[in-house]
Design a protein around this ligand. Structure first.
Ligand code: HXC
Length: 508
């Protein structure tokens, strides 16, 4: 009996060593944690249960049985984050560079299958040299098996990817199909083809970091949603995100305790809009003032800054916020902000998270760059996303709501449930100056100036929209949080269904 138990303990010890002490040391020297150390930070203390620790990889070059590395380069299992269940996999770079072989892929697939069946979020930690060269097409097949499950899980359970090392070639497509990608600065990268191939094909010289590092993907490409200075912050911020998200599309909401002794009135908002209509202000001030305990988790904060997206809680319930940001491009909608907003609206709709939309939008960004690159189709994504969403939708127009952008930003006509406007709102086809210049194009300057003043008085207000019922209520800025609190209470059991279809055909 003692021998048997000692034997078992030896095997477990060996499996936990992964690629061995030297490779663990090399991993630490690069400033990286091991697969298991990462899970320790990610999960609640002592909550991790490992599955498949003793799985053996295909014996491709280690001919002697005793040289085999157990676990095949990925640590998989389940645990909790703040008491909520999660399934996890964490690639072990110390084992064949975390490369994906057949059994490695099978282990990830088992986790994804469990996640779908049991409706539990999945977090994947990626640190891998890609397809395991020695296993050839079997590893390509393994990737595709993972991709297929990512797609089946999409919209059923939240899927989160952390990129904490290399992620190249087709391997990038599994994270790309998950809901949120986190990257660590200076130690992670994602690209379809690396700098060497780029140099050969396009003669461009580019570093790994510039081609696919955290800064590139959070600022330029928008592929990643979050980047943080080190792995520990990445993992603790994933814990924070999980706290906001439901377990699945049918699990119902998480409700967090909040300090309800604070008053909901926010008098400071009455001076948020500058007297000069063309002056910018920071829409995040409003977001913080709506949120429970000023807690706002901003998503894609460095990409397409003209729209702000993220999660807050209102009376403990998670809410998705989408807001035009007057500080960037005057809050215009363009290609990138439309894509950013659309994907976020669809995520919230999948998971029954109500939407609060804050509107200050002068329109779509004009220009050949936008037109040639398809603003029509990309802008339509945001329109489509709002129009198909059936979750509670609350809209607050703070200032400008002009033209097509008025329609797009969760207007009444797209089934907005409760649409508020501040007295400073200007809901019109366009600003007074633009309008007068079109109608009185050939008139002299004096007439034009008079018409601008007249149009400003006549159209730049919320009262015409309110008279038609397009705005349900005109509210003081200071009342915004209390109004949203009460409207979300009314809408809590909203039940709206779109006509049956196999799936829609969103403009891609
Ligand atoms: C097998 C691999 C491997 C791989 C790395 N290793 N990548 N083993 N298959 N794909 C092994 C190395 O042999 C080494 O083993 C250990 O992992 C660590 O690798 P190093 O090169 O020493 O580490 P480092 O210098 O940090 O470089 C990491 C790296 C580099 C940048 C990832 O290893 C690399 O370029 N690897 C190849 C990447 C690649 O081209 N993969 C295929 C991509 S195509 P020892 O025993 O010495 O510790 C692809 C297609 C997917 O993935 C398609 C899906 C549809």
């Amino acid at each position: 009996m003692k021998n048997t138990i000692d034997n078992y303990k030896k095997k477990i010890r060996l499996a936990k060593l992964g690629g061995g002490k030297e490779r663990i040391h090399a991993q630490h020297k690069k400033g990286k944690l091991t697969a298991r150390e990462r899970l320790e930070i990610l999960l609640d203390d002592n909550s991790f249960n490992e599955i498949g620790m003793l799985v053996e990889g295909k014996n491709f070059y280690e001919s002697k049985k005793e040289n085999k590395i157990l676990g095949d380069g990925v640590v998989t299992g389940y645990g909790t984050i703040n008491g909520y269940r999660v399934l996890v996999y964490s690639q072990d770079f110390t084992v064949y560079g975390g490369s994906l072989g057949e059994e490695h892929a099978n282990k990830i697939c088992k986790i994804l299958d469990m996640a779908i069946k049991n409706k539990i979020p999945v977090i994947g930690i990626n640190d891998s040299g890609g397809a395991r060269i020695q296993e050839g097409v079997a590893s390509l097949g393994g990737y595709a098996e993972v991709f297929q499950r990512n797609v089946l899980a999409s919209g059923v359970i939240p899927q989160i990817s952390a990129i904490l090392g290399p992620c190249a070639g087709g391997a990038v497509y599994s994270p790309a199909m998950t809901d949120f990608i986190f990257m660590s600065q200076g130690s992670s990268y994602m690209f379809v083809t690396g700098p060497e191939v780029v140099k050969t094909v396009t003669h461009e010289q580019v570093s790994t970091e510039a081609l696919g590092g955290a800064e590139t993907h959070t600022k330029k490409s928008g592929v990643a949603d979050f980047s943080f200075e080190n792995e520990i912050t990445v993992l603790t911020q994933i814990r924070r995100l999980i706290d906001f998200l439901p377990e699945s599309n049918t699990s119902g909401h998480k409700v967090k305790q909040f300090n309800n002794t604070l008053t909901n009135s926010r008098p400071q908002l009455n001076t948020l809009i500058p007297n000069d209509k063309n002056k910018a202000y920071d829409i995040k001030e409003l977001i913080f003032n709506i949120a429970d305990e000023l807690d706002f988790l901003e998503v894609q904060k460095d990409y397409a800054n003209n729209i702000v997206i993220g999660f807050i809680r209102i009376e403990g319930y998670t809410v998705g916020v989408i807001a035009n940001q007057p500080l960037a491009l005057a809050g215009c909608l363009d290609i990138n902000s439309s894509r950013k907003g659309a994907r976020f609206v669809r995520f919230c709709d999948c998971f029954d998270i109500p939407l609060v939309t804050l509107v200050d939008v002068p329109g779509f960004l004009p220009g050949t760059d936008q037109e040639f690159n398809g603003i029509i189709k990309h802008g339509a994504k945001l329109l489509f996303a709002y129009a198909e969403a059936t979750v509670p939708k609350i809209t607050v127009i703070t200032r400008k709501a002009y033209g097509g952008a008025y329609d797009v930003m969760s207007s009444k006509h797209l089934r907005g449930d409760i649409n508020y406007a501040w007295p400073t709102a200007e809901i019109a086809v366009m600003g007074a100056e633009g309008a007068a210049k079109i109608i009185y194009r050939n008139k002299d300057e004096k007439i034009l100036q008079d018409k601008i003043v007249e149009y400003d008085k006549k159209f730049s207000n919320p009262y015409i929209a309110a008279a038609r019922g397009y705005v349900d209520e005109i509210i003081l800025p200071s009342e915004t949080r209390e109004k949203i609190v009460s409207s979300l209470r009314v809408l809590r059991n909203k039940n709206l269904k779109n006509p049956w279809k196999k799936h829609d055909n969103i403009p891609l």
